[in-house]
Design a protein around this ligand. Structure first.
Ligand code: ZN
Length: 383
């Protein structure tokens, strides 16, 4: 460990000299304290201890605060935020050297990093009328003094709501490997909000998803729409609802601003759902046998092996699910319209068809003839 010599203070800028003794006196800035100390030492030692060259503690950074503040303000231009945080990176040698001095002198002092962040933070706070907020700020500012660069990370804006999908043929989101650029529930809600906030991207976090050919009706499905890197943060919920609902395809309601926590809550929610199903058979459906098949299926554990149609993206496993409150709405010729309530995570199409024996029992196995889903709607989510 290097020795601390009083004469080495000529290599420290006023701020860094004052900061070494920041634990000793209060009510002064580090710079003021440094100036007083330097004068005192000069008198005591009868020696010129004026600061010369580049500060060996901060490498000149404390004199660069204004320039860094300018760089930050420039980056922040055009972004709305009311809370922020400053983070900074320094060369490791600088921080080590400072720590050595503190250890040698046995003082508990403020660090270079802390003062730097505080000083540029003051400028940001005053110029942008924003509050320093370390835990979850709307704007994260990162200064890398090693490479003289500033980057900013605006926090995403999140809006919670429920959606109904009133038409078939629209997927909830687009798969990453799907090159198509058609409409999705995500794009119908996300586009207008992204435009409103001048954001970069949008992400829909749904409480589960329905197949592309399934409508989502009734009380709707919970979702959170996320807009990344927004320039504006004030969401006009009413305008968003109006714009989305005008699509005629997706209808949204119960909108409110929320945070990342809600995404987790929504994504982890598991709810029973009620479905309306049009079941199709190859020949005329026998009402008595069909009713018996419906009655029989509610009493049983239904074993569902991951369906072939989703096996490329889901683990192959067997789940046990239950069905309740089945009801025949109408039955005519080769078609039956029914309603039933299924536990969260039940594959309905396979519950009807049997998926070549991968779902057992199924309505097909209980009825005795091949049945399949002709159309499917979610009509209620129990939450
Ligand atoms: Zn310095």
């Amino acid at each position: 460990m290097e020795r601390f010599r009083l004469t080495s203070v000529s290599g420290y800028c006023d701020s860094c000299l004052g900061r070494i003794f920041s634990g000793v006196s209060t009510g002064l800035t580090n710079r003021q304290r440094g100036q007083i100390l330097r004068k005192g030492l000069e008198i005591l030692l009868r020696e010129d201890l004026s600061f010369r060259g580049t500060c060996t503690i901060c490498g000149g950074l404390m004199d660069d605060i204004d320039r860094y503040s300018e760089m930050i303000l420039e980056k922040l231009e055009g972004y709305q935020f009311s809370t922020f945080k400053i983070g900074s990176t320094f060369w490791e040698e600088l921080l080590k050297h400072e720590k050595n001095i503190h250890t040698t002198l046995g003082v508990e002092s403020e660090t270079l990093k802390k003062e730097f962040n505080r000083e540029v933070g003051k400028v940001v706070s005053l110029s942008r009328n924003a509050t320093f907020e370390p835990s979850s700020p709307e704007m994260d500012v990162l200064v890398d003094t090693r490479y003289d660069s500033v980057s900013i990370r605006p926090k995403s804006v999140y809006v919670y709501g429920v959606y109904r999908k009133r038409v078939r043929g629209i997927p909830q989101t687009r798969w990453i490997h799907d090159p198509g650029n058609g409409e999705t529930v995500e794009s119908i809600i996300g586009e207008p909000l992204r435009n409103m906030l001048d954001g970069r991207k949008y992400y829909l976090h749904g409480a589960g998803r329905e197949d592309v050919d399934v409508r989502m009706l009734g009380n709707g499905r919970e979702f959170v729409i996320e807009i990344s890197e927004p320039k504006r943060r004030d969401v006009d919920l009413k305008l968003l609802r109006t714009e989305v609902n005008r699509s005629g395809k997706v209808w949204i309601a119960k909108l409110r601003s929320c945070d990342r926590d809600t995404v987790v809550r929504v994504k982890n929610s598991r709810h029973d759902k009620r479905y309306r199903v049009v079941v199709a058979s190859e020949s005329n459906i026998d009402r008595k046998r069909f009713q018996e098949a419906m009655d029989s299926i509610i009493a049983k554990d239904i074993y569902q092996r991951t369906p072939l149609r989703v096996s490329h993206r889901r683990a192959d496993l067997i789940r046990v699910r239950h069905i309740r409150d089945p009801k025949i709405l109408s039955l005519k010729g080769k078609r039956a319209r029914i309603e039933l309530t299924a536990e969260a995570g039940t594959y309905i199409k396979e519950l009807i068809s049997g998926d070549s024996g991968r779902t057992k029992p199924s309505l097909t196995s209980e009825y005795g003839d091949n049945l399949r889903v002709s159309s499917l709607d979610v009509i209620w989510i129990y939450r």
